[in-house]
Design a protein around this ligand. Structure first.
Ligand SMILES: CSC[C@@H](O)[C@@H](O)C(=O)COP(=O)(O)O
Length: 343
């Protein structure tokens, strides 16, 4: 992503967000100065993607503190607002982790909280660079020696982070090394993060990309058109089970059947060692209306219900490699995050 675009940025008295609901048609920013406006922005996916949610959550504490001062709230009202930000979306552990990291500094004042939230942001950008480099090394060592055909799902790019990206960070690094032929970007129903956001980032970066329907992805893998799939994660359990955008499991199953590596790229802050396995990961269920209409126009008949889980859980045995800023774990071979944390 060019340096003129920032996903999340502290604006002195609020949080400046690139409004991802209007991309790719419009590049617009909003400044949020109110805790419930931030909750709304998080729920509507103005800001989204696990690492970006972590940064937004951390700055959200500062927003609640400033609002409490402005509006004369007591500590209980301020803490309730912080809790609403923390719980705005349930699956990405980074949101709660971002809030929890800065809450101990509330007693030291807004400047201390903002400084720590900025550290969360800066660490994310640095971590993404490290993920990109070691992910690219791992992929290069295990794929044919030619420009690669890469599949990705949803958006795990600069827009989902504070900059550079996790899965797309690996893709960007491979591209810089001359190792990308093309990227299949799954469109990612129902909110089209792949078509609207990933393709936007890839086009801006000059990386050839083909948007495909989610339903095409398993077949594209089985037909031998993909050398490696690289996806992000919203929460990774201690055993390596990985929650990511709904549709990731289909990609993972096809990769396992075809012998294509499935690489999960995520910061260590996405690992939740408190959860032994993926069945304990809370899965967000969104408004059924999102799968029954597009842009306000119904795509299903009146009377049809909708089922709209936003994430799925890929079993650890299907995750070939997990790339974090601390290195690569070959999860399917038993190198789980829980085991890595103990050694
Ligand atoms: C580096 S972002 C990883 C994940 O957060 C991403 O793949 C994803 O599923 C995002 O979902 P979203 O609902 O758009 O927040």
């Amino acid at each position: 992503m060019r340096d003129d675009v920032r996903t999340v940025e502290w604006a002195g008295d609020g949080l400046r967000l690139l409004d991802q609901t209007v991309l790719p048609g419009r590049v617009e920013h909003v400044v949020v100065r109110d805790a419930d406006a931030l909750v709304d922005a998080i729920r509507r996916l103005v800001v989204r993607g696990a690492p970006a949610l972590g940064v937004a959550g951390a700055f959200g504490v500062a927003i609640a503190m400033l609002q409490a001062e402005r509006e004369g709230w007591d500590d209980a009202a301020r803490d309730a607002a912080i809790a609403r930000v923390r719980e705005a979306r349930p699956t990405a552990v980074n949101l709660a982790a971002g809030v929890d990291r800065v809450v101990p500094l509330v007693g030291k004042g807004v400047d201390a909280v903002v400084a720590e939230a900025q550290a969360v942001l800066d660490e994310d950008v640095r971590g993404n660079r490290a993920i990109g480099a070691s992910g690219a090394d791992w992929v290069t060592a295990r794929t044919p020696d030619r420009p690669l055909r890469i599949l990705t799902h949803c958006n795990a790019g600069a827009l989902a982070t504070a900059g550079w990206g996790t899965a797309l960070g690996v893709v960007r690094e491979l591209h810089d090394r001359g190792r990308v032929e093309k990227v299949y970007a799954d469109e990612t129903r129902p909110l089209l993060q792949g078509a609207r956001l990933t393709a936007w980032e890839l086009v801006r970066a000059g990386i050839p990309c083909l948007v495909q329907a989610d339903g095409a992805a398993p077949s594209t893998v089985l037909r031998g058109l993909v050398d490696v799939a690289v996806i992000g994660a919203d929460r990774i359990a201690a055993n390596g089970d990985t929650a990511n955008k709904i549709g990731s499991v289909g990609v993972a199953l096809a990769c396992a059947a075809a012998g294509v590596p499935l690489v999960v790229a995520a910061p260590w802050s996405t690992v939740d060692l408190a959860l032994a396995s993926g069945d304990l990961i809370p899965i967000e269920e969104r408004d059924p209306g999102e799968v029954l209409a597009w842009g306000g126009t119904p795509t299903a008949p009146d009377g049809a219900g909708g089922f709209n889980p936003a994430f799925d859980v890929t079993p650890a045995r299907l995750v070939t490699a997990l790339v974090t800023e601390t290195g690569v774990l070959e999860v399917a071979k038993g190198e789980t995050p829980g085991r890595a944390a103990r050694t």
